[in-house]
Design a binder for this molecule. Sequence first.
Ligand code: UD1
Length: 417
Amino acid sequence: MDKLLIEGGSPLKGEVAISGAKNAALPILCAALLTKGPLRLTNLPDLKDVRTMLGLLGQMGVRIERESANAVTLDAASIDNPVAPYEMVKTMRAAILVLGPLVARVGDARVSLPGGCAIGARPVDQHIKGLQSMGAEVTVEHGYVHARVPRLSGAKLFTDMVTVTGTENLMMAACLADGETVIENAAREPEVVDLANCLVAMGAQISGAGTDVIRIRGVERLHGATHRVMPDRIETGTYLCAAAATGGQVRLTGTSSCYLDSVIDKLMDAGCEITPERDAIRLQAPRRLQAVSLRTAPYPAFPTDMQAQFMAINCVAEGTAVIRETIFENRYMHAVELARLGADVRIDGNTAVVRGVDRLEGATVMATDLRASASLVIAGLVAQGETLVDRIYHLDRGYEHLDEKLSRLGARVRRVG
Ligand code: UD1
């Protein structure tokens, strides 16, 4: 099993290109199920989760043509097996995103329940409730969600909480429904907008994406299209944090500050100088960061997917930060691992109190989930001596060429078996 060996203490310096967004790519790949026409995607990140999704679509009958590591054409002219088996769903919860498109296009879908997940219960009741409101008959049997309907009907939908993949699933399903669907309390995340843009390019009639009310007028069929996946705002934020924590100076290209207001705001509060450019962001770190408190919430507030990375930078900042996690109930597993490096973090329910220390020291730590792993890498880059991050398959799910990109910025990192 791969591990990442980090020799800490070098400030990150230089320029690196940001990849396409994992959380936009995954739903957009599923959108291919909605049409018989070919969907060509560029700026697709070459990640384990993307390969898992391609494998899942392939076993349903979707033809996949790889142009390069970052471009692919999907052809779902025939779907002969509308099933997402447990073996695939258990490694990637986002597999639930095939449910809406499948039931809309072929009127029948069987998708394994994602089951428990390291960062909380994460049920899919809102996805199911929405499809039922659109006329689908949904049963849960033998660990599978089974949805059936000759054709979905447009409906007024309200989700009990803001759910990103829930909004995406229902928006995709509604594209082929009979009549208009209105999704209230919709997620406003930029990835929802990127998916909507792709669906519109495929002939869907959608308005309001990016607000909390999305209207979709169903059409008989969608057609093929070409779409460029948006830049990954969480990868961008992660490299900004790594540069900030190490006292570095970086320029991230192929990305934009416009999706990152809340994160940039906090980095500026921490003392970083940030210069947004047209398709790039520059960061210059101060000599020592100031602690920054934060509270996670749905977009445009501070993203839960950046919470762990900010915990890492607070570990070595001047002062004390209070972090409140409001999206997931069990998303502090990195705290005990950071403590192994000498961090001072106290957890009480959904609140973490991080007291900045003068220095961290290298140790062996265990990655527990994707963003938790990123926080351990950041801490390892700051720590004196060697840090060995075990179980980095979590990182490979969401960070394209992480070790290469960090090396390009001057970090001393290498993969070890
Ligand atoms: C997506 C992102 C993930 C991010 C999260 C929150 C993808 C592929 N993943 O995950 O990186 O951390 O948004 O920004 O885009 N909930 C329910 N019932 C449901 C659906 C959700 O109770 O049917 C709850 C969840 O348990 C959680 C909250 O709603 O507490 C938000 O979850 P949700 O937005 O659905 O997260 P994901 O879409 O799975």
